[in-house]
Each structure stands twice: as C-alpha cells, then as structure tokens.
Ligand binder design. Sequence first.
Ligand code: NAD
Length: 368
Amino acid sequence: MRRAESRAALELIQEVFVDLFDVADDLYFGEIHLKSDPASGLRAIVAIHDLKLGPAIGGCRFYEYPNSDAALRDALRLARGMSYKAAISNLPHGGGKAVIMRPPDLDDNDRRALFESYGEFVDSLNGNYITCEDVGTCVDDMDAVKSRTDQVLGYNPDAGSSGDPSPFTAFGVRRGIEAAAKFRWDRDDLEGLHIAIQGVGSVGYYLAGELHELGASLTVTDIDESAVQRCVDEFGADTVAPDDIYGVDCDIFAPCALGSAINEETIPALNCEVIAGSANNQLATNQHGVALRERDIVYAPDYAINAGGLINVAQEFRGYDAQTARKKTAAIYDTVLEILERAQRETLPTNLVADRIVEERLYGSALQ
Ligand code: NAD
C-alpha cells in the first residue's frame, strides 16, 4: 500500500483516472462491485471503502451521470467519506456508497423493477454493504430494495424503519455548535448568539428550530423563498439574499446547503468566528482549512458535525430505538470538542486533525 499518496489520489479522482487499481490502493479501497442488468436497465456501482470497523453503511445515489467514469469517481469519493464519518463517530461500521446511473425517461413501473434488481445486487454482497437513501432516491425506492434484501435502512417508517434522518442530523449539528461555543467563548448556552444559516431545506429548517428554542437569533437564506418565509414566520428569522450570507456579521455561520461553500472567494468575505453546519464537503479543498485557521475562524469539520443521520440509521441496523439514537447523536458534542482542542494543542487546521483521528483509528497512524 502506498499511504503517502492517499491525499494526492483523492485529488486525482476528481480529475481523471490514471489507473483504477492504483487509485483504489492509494485510497485504501477494499472492494468495488459493478452490476449491469439489461433487463431492468440497472447499471450500478457499489464501492466499499473499508470493513475494519464493521459492515459498510452508505446511501444510494441515483443520478444521470454523463458516463461510467463520472459515476465511479463519485462512488469512490463518497464511500471514503462514509468511512471517515463512521470512524470519527465511533460507529462499528465501515464506509460504502452505491451509485446507480439513472436511465433517461424512466417510468414508475420501470423504476420499481430497477430498484428491485438493485436490491438483489446489494443482497449478493454478503452483508458487507448496507444501503439507504441518498440524492435522487426516496423511501419508495428503499421499499423496492427491501423486497429483495434485508441489507437496507431508511425504507417506509410504517414497516419499522427510522424515517427521515434530517431532524437527527440537525440535532447533531446543534450539539456541534454547542461544542464550538464552549471552545470559542467558554459558553454552555447559545442564548443571544447570532447564527447565519445558508440553506433552510430539511436539515437547515430543523436546525433553525433547535437554535431558536435555545435563544439564538437567526439570519437565514435560501434560493427557495418559501423555505425562507417558513423560518421568518416560525422563528422570527432575519433574511438576506443568497450571495450576501457570507458577509453577515454573526457569531456562527452554518452552511446547510451545498458543498464547497468555503472557498477562495467566500473566505475573505466571512464575518463570523465559527463555521458549523450540516453541508457535506464544505471546504472546496483541504487547503481552505488552513486559510480558516489563518483567519482565526473555528471550523467544525463537516463529517464530524453532520453525522447524526448516519448515527440514526446505524441504530436502526441494531434495532431502532429513537432515545438511544438521540443519546448517541448528542455525543457529537464530545467529538467536535475533542477535534477543536487537539487542533489547538497541535496548531493544526481542524479538518486535518479530524482526518488524523480517523486514520489513527483505521490504519494505526495518520496518512501523509
Ligand atoms: P435539502 O435539499 O432539503 O436542503 C438544502 C437547501 O439548500 C434547499 O432548501 C435549497 O433550496 C437550498 N440551497 C441550495 N442552493 C443554495 C444556495 N446557493 N444558497 C442558499 N440556499 C441554497 O437538503 P438537506 O437534506 O437539508 O441537506 C442539506 C445539506 O446537509 C446537504 O449538503 C447534505 O448533503 C447535508 N447532509 C444532510 C443530511 C440529512 O440528514 N439530510 C445528513 C448529512 C449531511
């Protein structure tokens, strides 16, 4: 294994494959499975990054990829991310992800058949990969998968599943925000803090509710005006245009929309002391963690703070109990505080410290 090249390989898969096996080795990949089923139109990839801590859990993305290379790149990037999220959260799970190349013009019957076929594919992986919803898939799709395998979570709540993970994700983000407030201001409450939320869809909306309850004042933005209005009506939030959210003079900025919100253009505009939100891949590159540190902005690493949804489905895997899932999600406070304190001790960016903690757990020492 060529550990030193791990980070370089990750950058590489965003560009082009040189050699699939080299990239897989450099990223410490375990397995990559492909399934083509012409009868149903299924073209799926399941990437299983790591099984050391337990069976891999990860969502199934259903998307019209331009080609199979793009689908494979996505699967590798996302599966590795799931390993890191599970490991930082002390879950007994590895990381995996499925992508299905969405055929154009799919009707409802064809869609069900395609997801049944996908369920058979998942079932053939001997319990090493447990699937659930992700971008482009819904509870009905997981119901179809459930008809062919037990290795699925997040199907219909009427059938005993845990349902929408967003409230758990939001609760975990709130706990991460509380940890950041403790670290930055030595505070045990959020009363009177001003928090700017980018994206008040599922997670952002629930987060706004939690923060409002705790006495924070909110400024929100979204490209969907009805989502913004809901927060104005229910939580008395102030609003700004989407492009103006970065410059809001606030204590905490919570990115809860898309990835790469923290980049070369937005960092100079930021007017906050803490960044803590739910979005995946908040930093456009790892280097932006260095830039935040130079600006003395505390960054709660995304995959640590947004793990509540994963913690919730991992609980479902063991027999669902909402109270236990909530208790485990609350521990995101400890995880985030541990990262922030270690980063301070070691004078390192927080995103790098999170990676190191994971790599020490998975490989015995940090990768280069
Ligand atoms: P969502 O689609 O329900 O909400 C996202 C919101 O962001 C939408 O309301 C959308 O209109 C808004 N938005 C998009 N572009 C925007 C822009 N440029 N400016 C402002 N608003 C914009 O998604 P979600 O489930 O709430 O997830 C939010 C983020 O959290 C995503 O990055 C997701 O990957 C991540 N995440 C979600 C969960 C979960 O449990 N749902 C778990 C972990 C991570």
